[in-house]
Ligand binder design. Structure first.
Ligand SMILES: Nc1ncnc2c1ncn2[C@@H]1O[C@H](COP(=O)(O)OP(=O)(O)OP(=O)(O)O)[C@@H](O)[C@H]1O
Length: 278
């Protein structure tokens, strides 16, 4: 459904995205997981035609993506990192504006449906500037879905939102996945990628160095992590396929201070990059 072929983006001498190739299947829920500055937003902006790749091509449904390709743009919904709501307008007015942009005929019904789907009934006539961060983000998602797109891009959809608001958004995204949507989100929250995504791309310094399911990524490393202090009191990590193997390893070592716990995507990321995501 989405194919990116040897895509790079250079700002001056600096490659924010460096020779990335990727295939995303229909119905996939893909998480781009990486720390601040990894190149996630730059990649998303190229996906949605906001930035032109320095080299390489992006195809959506076999059509080349570009800023003016309206045929492709109708198929995608975008939830940017920063608010795209008119803060002086109510939720309903924001959605009317979005519906008119896409020339939706029966727009009143569509807005009612989307308000109900996003559980925004209580906020319909409130100005968006008076809503919490989590509710504003739900309105942004409603806006992105107004034309019923097949593909949804979300850039850090839960950043700065409390746990309750985050869970509500997660539920909505899970439901969208069961409706067959193709979803791509960027995140630097390990838990978010692990919980939501059926595929995860690990991205660092503009490069994607791994794409797989969260389960396989952890299994490949070893599903148990032994975390211990070495003689210089530096934290060290070793990975094992089961807990007993970890316990056996530490048995012969005197005075070792350690824990054995389940491996996380953070461990996978750290193992490849020597860098933490969060
Ligand atoms: N317009 C620009 N001009 C110069 N450098 C840029 C520009 N946009 C992004 N960069 C740089 O490219 C790198 C990748 O930025 P990007 O915003 O894609 O990272 P990110 O993974 O989305 O991180 P964050 O979560 O902090 O947004 C960063 O070092 C950033 O400073």
């Amino acid at each position: 459904m989405i194919k990116i072929d040897s895509v790079s983006k250079r700002f001056g001498d600096f490659y924010a995205v460096n020779n990335v190739s990727l295939d995303i299947e229909k119905g996939e829920f893909l998480g781009l997981l990486g720390p601040n500055g990894a190149g996630k937003t730059t990649l998303i902006k190229m996906f949605i035609g906001l930035l032109k790749p320095t080299t390489g091509i992006i195809y959506i449904d076999n059509k080349k993506m570009s800023r003016n390709n309206m045929e492709v743009k109708k198929k995608i919904g975008i939830v940017p990192q920063h608010t795209n709501l008119d803060k002086e307008l109510t939720v309903y007015e924001n959605l009317i504006f979005a519906a008119k942009l896409f020339k939706i005929k029966d727009y009143k019904k569509r807005i009612e449906d989307i308000i109900s789907f996003m559980e925004l009934e209580g906020y319909k006539h409130k100005k968006s500037m008076n809503l919490s961060g989590g509710t504003q983000r739900r309105v942004m998602i409603a806006k992105a879905l107004i034309h019923n797109p097949e593909i949804i891009f979300l850039d850090e959809p839960t950043v700065g939102i409390d746990l309750n608001g985050r869970r509500k958004i997660w539920d909505i995204l899970k439901t969208m996945q069961t409706m067959g949507k193709t979803i791509l989100l960027t995140t630097h929250y390990i838990e978010e990628a692990d919980y939501l995504c059926n595929q995860v791309c690990l991205i660092n310094e503009g490069k994607i160095f791994k794409k797989s399911t969260p389960k396989i990524l952890k299994e490949e490393l070893g599903i148990y992590t032994l975390e211990y202090f070495d003689k210089e009191m530096k934290t060290k990590y070793l990975y094992f396929k089961d807990k007993d193997s970890g316990e056996n390893y530490v048995r012969g070592i005197e005075n070792i201070s350690y824990t054995i716990r389940k491996t996380t995507l953070e461990d996978v990321f750290y193992n490849f990059t020597n860098r933490k995501v969060e």
